[in-house]
Design a protein around this ligand. Structure first.
Ligand SMILES: Cc1ncc(COP(=O)(O)O)c(C=O)c1O
Length: 398
């Protein structure tokens, strides 16, 4: 039997039996989400907080499951801010992201955002002017694109190399000068998010150590004391070797040791993880609706496509999956017997591919292909309206 939780298997079969059309659905396992994130948060050292990066998956049941577990939500647009505040009026919210509109900054002042992560000197000036004009106090972090001795080691890089994210280290003196000219905006610390897809906990600890040493240097250089260091998100999911995921247990132990080296600093460390928290709770289920051979390759056309589930196209990988055989048994076919298959969707583009030349077992019409790790940057990053196919079913196991 496939290595899928029995509740997910059951939900997939139940949803399939509810319609005569082939199935296409997202299934989210909320009890598993709660267990996973509680474990991560509970094991963090005492002076650490975990915020959830809403951009990874802002579905309300997901946020509702997470809100009692995490310390707050990170938002990266006025839309996310409104969504979170509408449903969680009292949950701590932090607001980051490049290119904030003046209206979004005003909204943040109205909505009692705990910290704004300021991305440029211009944004800092705008915020100071707004806060002063409205006589509203606001705490901030400066997002810094730190220079690193070597480029970061993952595919998705937001810092350590030239990017539009945050400001260069040499802007700090100017930022402090802007802040010194007013009393409404207060610096609480620094924000770093240099990469996503980090799978190596040793490298991640080394990066955090660099942040901490750098902040200590800035405190000394600029005569500052800060109390917040946001070390970003970026902890990855191993889609290619799903059995080998980020080693949270070792990471927690290493982080405890690392923080013990700064006993004199009053810092709180804040994480704002997205993918690492929610990817594993989501499944995209696509029923095999046609099978054909072309040359010496087999193709299985599944109900749905990358307009629902863009993750494999966005990451250019073969997405991990399991197959649930049709409960009614194999049809007359065409079926694939013990041969590799390319799994595609219903879109009229050769880019609509979930996985190429994979599996090598028997695959039949009516089987359900269940893509794992579909709970983050999946439905919400997809181009839903392309070709006007109906949206997938959405089911939350709770
Ligand atoms: C500033 C910032 N924080 C947090 C995240 C969440 O990253 P991840 O989902 O990789 O943890 C992102 C993602 O792009 C980001 O840009």
């Amino acid at each position: 039997m496939p290595d899928l939780p029995s509740t997910v298997q059951q939900a997939a079969y139940d949803l399939k039996s509810e319609s005569s059309d082939p199935l296409c659905a997202y299934i989210y396992d909320l009890p598993a989400l709660r267990r996973h994130v509680s474990g991560i948060v509970r094991a963090l050292p005492a002076n650490c907080d975990m915020f959830y990066a809403t951009k990874a998956n802002p579905a309300l049941p997901v946020l509702q499951a997470l809100s009692p577990i995490v310390q707050g939500f990170e938002v990266a647009s006025g839309g996310e801010l409104d969504w979170v505040r509408q449903h969680f009026p009292d949950t701590p919210v932090i607001f980051g992201g490049p290119g904030k509109l003046a209206s979004e900054l005003e909204n943040a002042l109205d909505q009692r955002v705990e910290l704004i992560h300021v991305e440029s000197l211009l944004e800092l000036r705008r915020l100071c002017n707004l806060a002063e004009h409205r006589q509203t106090r606001q705490d901030i972090l400066l997002r810094i694109n730190l220079e690193l001795p070597s480029a970061p080691s993952t595919r998705l890089t937001m810092g350590g190399v030239p990017t539009p994210f945050g400001m260069e280290e040499r802007c700090i003196a100017d930022a402090l000068a802007i802040l010194a000219q007013q009393d409404w905006v207060r610096l609480r610390g620094f924000h770093f998010h240099l990469m996503s897809h980090q799978l190596d906990h040793h490298r991640h600890l080394a990066l955090i150590e660099r942040y901490l040493d750098t902040v200590r240097g800035w405190e000394h250089q600029f005569g500052l004391t800060v109390d917040q260091i946001n070390v970003g998100g970026g902890i990855g999911i191993n889609y290619v070797e799903p059995a080998q995921q980020f080693d949270w247990a070792d990471f927690h132990a290493g982080l405890t040791n690392l923080l013990a080296r700064y006993p004199d600093r009053p810092w709180r460390l804040r994480f704002e993880c997205g993918r690492a928290l929610t990817a594993a709770c989501g499944y995209y289920v696509a029923e095999v609706l046609d099978i054909k051979a072309c040359g010496d390759e087999w193709f299985a056309i599944c109900r749905g496509g990358t307009h629902h589930f863009r993750t494999p196209a966005a990451q250019a990988h073969n997405h991990p999956f399991q197959v649930l055989p049709d409960a009614k048994g194999p049809t007359d076919g065409p079926n694939i017997v013990n041969a590799p298959v390319t799994l595609v969707g219903q879109l009229c583009t050769p880019k609509d591919v979930f996985a190429r030349q994979v599996y090598g077992q028997t695959l039949c019409l009516g089987d359900l292909v269940v893509f794992q790790y579909a709970g983050a940057y999946a439905w919400n990053i997809s181009h839903h309206e392309f070709l006007m196919h109906p949206h997938p079913r959405e089911y939350f196991i709770d």
